[in-house]
Design a protein around this ligand. Structure first.
Ligand SMILES: *Cc1c(COP(=O)(O)O)cnc(C)c1O
Length: 399
């Protein structure tokens, strides 16, 4: 059985829950952690017990999860307040499954214009081919989302803040509007994590994470998770099963290990990010810092109302500079790695071009950097960025 987990006490605070949810030492010789249980076949004592196993709530076959995966899902469900969580092979798989679960040919869906690029691509390349029409909406719409609802609207997909451009959305307003029509609200909550945002208390029905980022936290596993309410978790789990999406026991073990330290990592990374972001705000080379945790950010009030902290991922718009000068500076960074993803212990930088990912709204800015601030000493990170900004200025003057 997958059911006999330590139950959360109602007086458990979040940090305590992160340490205790999804454990069952009595079942594993007292071991603190649920071990990696690798299995394709799971044996039953007789024909009847094999026939009666519920594959979604108990261990029946490796594709539907062994106890290692159930442990991760149980822990995340308790932490985020979901009725149930399903772990799948990537964040993109989590997004795809969630959208497929609710749509069929002839349907219409509403997707925020600032969503993660591959989310948009999935809508265009796959849902369109299935006869599903995607309408992108201005992430600043709030309650006016109601004006976009049609009789065939099957879901709203939010990402707040957007992971490239960091606009906050009024999720409770969108949730309230959608609820009156019975339309589920799906949200990519990778940035806020289950630690800084309680989606099911804010009007979200399906909460998606690229666990690859902060939940795993160590840049070594690709995984996605889908948390859902009682009304929706079975259709999502069924859809994932129909497409054969699963998550390996080894990866689930690492994700569960990452989850145990989510709180202190995020607190420290937020503190580091605020130091770096405030320093950048003070620099003459910087036009603005896109980070809802800063009072200067247009999304600050929504962030303060709805979230309890901020991820260490934010944008920096530079004052106009030639492309070559920006690259010359970025190429000298010692501690900010060039590469996809974020949410690990190490700092990263990318140089995205969000304008081409927009259709409902226009994105205009000078050179935009996206920084992920890791657990390094923030003074080293600031020195690194300071040197790079100087090189950019020099390259621009020489150019
Ligand atoms: C990385 C990311 C994803 C995709 O996750 P993978 O695990 O890489 O498939 C989805 N949404 C956001 C916001 C992301 O940053």
């Amino acid at each position: 059985m997958a059911g006999d987990w330590q139950k959360p006490k109602s007086d458990m605070r979040m940090d305590t829950l992160l340490g205790h949810a999804g454990r069952a030492p009595d079942r594993f010789d007292g071991a603190v952690n649920v071990p990696v249980i690798r299995a394709s076949t799971v044996l039953f004592p007789d024909v009847d017990s094999y026939d009666s196993g519920d594959r979604f709530t108990s261990v029946t076959y490796g594709r539907h999860g062994t106890t290692t995966r159930f442990a991760l899902e149980e822990a995340l469900a308790q932490v985020e307040g979901a009725a149930r969580v399903s772990a799948v092979s990537s964040g993109v798989a989590a997004i795809a499954v969630s959208m497929l679960a609710f749509t069929r040919p002839g349907d219409h869906i509403l997707v925020a214009d600032n969503v993660y690029g591959p989310t948009r691509h999935f809508c265009e390349a796959r849902l369109a081919r299935n006869g599903v029409e995607t309408e992108y909406y201005d992430p600043g719409l709030g309650t006016r989302i109601a004006e976009r609802f049609r009789d065939n609207t099957r879901l709203v997909f939010c990402e707040s803040p957007g992971s490239l451009t960091f606009e906050m959305q009024d999720i409770p307003a969108i949730g309230a509007a959608a609820r009156t029509r019975g339309i589920p609200v799906l949200a990519d909550n990778t940035w806020a994590t289950p630690y800084f945002f309680r989606p099911f208390e804010k009007g979200v029905d399906v909460s998606i994470h690229s666990a690859t980022k902060y939940i795993v936290g160590h840049a070594d596993v690709i995984m996605g998770t889908i948390g859902a309410t009682e009304a929706y978790w079975r259709i999502i789990r069924q859809t994932a099963a129909d497409y054969g999406y699963t998550a390996s026991p080894d990866d689930c073990y690492l994700a569960l290990r990452g989850l145990r330290t989510l709180a202190p990592r995020l607190r420290q990374q937020m503190q580091n990010a605020l130091l770096v972001a405030n320093w950048l705000s003070s620099r003459s080379e910087v036009a603005r810092v896109l980070y809802p945790a800063l009072p200067s950010d247009p999304g600050h009030a929504l962030w303060q109302r709805d979230m309890t902290g901020a991820a260490s991922l934010f944008g920096v718009e530079l004052k106009p500079l030639p492309d070559a000068a920006v690259k010359a500076g970025l190429n000298t960074l010692r501690y900010f790695g060039h590469g996809a993803s974020w949410g690990g212990f190490e700092s990263l930088v990318t140089y995205p071009r969000p304008a081409k990912l927009r259709t409902a709204t226009r994105w205009q800015s000078g050179p935009l950097l996206r920084l992920h601030v890791g657990l390094e000493d923030p003074q080293d990170l600031i020195a690194d960025l300071s040197a790079a900004l100087e090189i950019m200025q020099r390259a621009a003057a020489d150019g």
